[in-house]
Design a protein. Sequence first.
Length: 122
Amino acid sequence: MPCHDETTTIKPIEVVSVPKIADEVIVAEIELAVTMACHSSIVTMDHFGEVIARNAKSSKLRNIRMHRRKCTKILTNVVSAALKEELIADVQGKKFALIVDESTDVSTAKQLCVILRYYSRV
């Protein structure tokens, strides 16, 4: 017994292309993430990204979709990797000091702080 009768027509699969995000938008999102990390709390990014997208209707920045989760991922996966490579290249072959401190708070969450102290000629 066939799955369908001869009167049923099968529609072809439609392929929808997703437009790529412009490089300017990617750069702007990275700059926003770094600015938020330096000057503010990442929690405020939820509202800040919406304000930028709403007021940038005539530019490519209207495509910015930035919230705290994306901001955190950009900082963790993009910015920190670039800073790590830069730091390794800068410290390599120089004298440095490591300062390590750990603490446990009231909720028994353990925290570890590692500070690298060195002189950079750059």
